[in-house]
Write a protein that binds this ligand. Sequence first.
Ligand code: M6R
Length: 602
Amino acid sequence: MCGIVGYVGEQAATPLLLDGLAKLEYRGYDSAGIALAGNTLCVHKAAGRLSVLENELRGLSLPQRVGIGHTRWATHGAPTDQNAHPHVSGDGAFAVVHNGIIENYTALRERLHDVSFVSQTDTEVIAHLLQHHFDGNLLSTVRRTVADLEGAFALGIVSSHAPDCLFAVRKASPLVIGICRHGVLIASDVTALLPYTRQYIPLADGDIARITRNDVTIFDKKGKMVGRPMQEVTWDVESAQKGGYDHFMLKEIYEQPEAVWATLSPRLNKGRVVLDDVIFTDAQLAALRRIHIVACGSSYHVGLVGKTVLEQLTRLPVEVDLASEFRYRDPLVDSSSLVIVISQSGETADTLAALREAKARGARVLSVVNVVGSSIAAESDDVLYTWAGPEIAVATTKAYSTQLAMMYLIAIHLGERLGRLGEEEVSALTAELKTLPDRIRTALRTAARLRELAKRYQDREHAYFIGRGLDYAVAMEGSLKLKEISYLHSEAYAAGELKHGTISLVETGTLVVAAACVEAVAGKTLSNVQEVKARGAEVLLLVPEGAATDGADHVVTLPRVHPLFIPSVEVIPLQLWGYFLALARGCDIDNPRNLAKSVTVE
Ligand code: M6R
């Protein structure tokens, strides 16, 4: 995730900016840069680690006392020097650093048709807009620029027109101001402030702050001067990096409503789905006979959900393969196949090899990837990025959820293009998608209850997850989450399959988690609950509000959603269940034994 720092004060800005950026490194980044204000702006930026930038600055005389800095985690455009922030206006008078996404950047670029853009970023447009709106007054220039922007963003701005001044803007992306002994700092994350101050002012949504060495003036979204209350950080640096959560995994679980929205919102337009620049011609669609989904681990579980949703909405046959199997099984893939490759990291060795195999057989490969510029993204015919931001915990949560969101988008888009969905159905489905972040928020409220229950079950050695249809696909993810971080042995079964063998393992006290949110098959799953109860199992049951709960020992109630989107809500308590059991068992949650975040070997 990108990071912003800024400084105005008595000291040379560069060391403070670099120090602040170092504190933000944990968020993940692939390039870094600074801009120092003066009669001429001084900008240095470089792809790679912060040390590359530091080497570039070594030995330079940089006395400037006002500046902004940034660590970029690539979204629009690969991680290159040109795409690194700060971005500068054509006349060199404005430099800007940006976190978030400018959703209307394409339209704005078109509006600025006489400008030569030097990067692929959505951010560069802001620098040129500042130049375009400059009227001699920096505050009104910033205000008019911000009024043109749609999306979520936090900005730091410096200008040679007012080299003693720094502007900070916040819209739906965090930005704080810290006041220290020798000046004022801004940062997208309080962590960067901690070496200098524990007092900070969080900007409110829509605020613009004009900051000089001796003065911080904040204007709200209506342009009215306002005071914002000062707050104090009580955490140490490590807890601050985790946003006050005990683990990155928990932080990432709670980031899911925003991550899902960031993935959905740029692709929803007037009741339709727009898939970036992925274009299927009518001829290509007419030739399309089947879809293959290929992935590993949790991404494979997303593929299982994708199969159901795609088959429902497109009526095309969909096969889902583990990448490690697909690459060696001589699959029936050719130019009439669309292969969808799913990978958070974009570097998983088996998935990359499967992609190459599919391409060699003539298939079009569309990848769903979270890391811009990764190998899988680079080798695919088309890429759709999930905007989960960097995921630090080894156990995936927010990347899984954004991958699900992307599968819904692809299925609705293809369903419409193939003529299987009418305008009204598409509009109804997209309206349902928009409700998902709130439904996920509601599902997160199950945390307190699950935390207590987990203490009770922490000493169990085995757990079984059961469900049917989409409930089963989510049960598989719940089981993987539990085993990878708590080291508790766990298996997921299609609920109807238990009695064909596995039920022999059920005895008094066996823990069974039953997912029964899919109304069409919930009654059947409840019968399976009775079967395991009769053999002494203790059952934790997931159901939607108002559903039957016969036989369960513990019930978790979830908000109702469209039947195809149930996984997005149902996975939340399962992630929390894994997390709290691992917590109760004293496990190293963010770095479980034997596992790596990115599996780059076969
Ligand atoms: O980066 P990828 O999505 O390709 O990774 C695939 C799996 O290694 C990954 O989903 C793994 O199963 C998760 N870390 C589990 O939480």
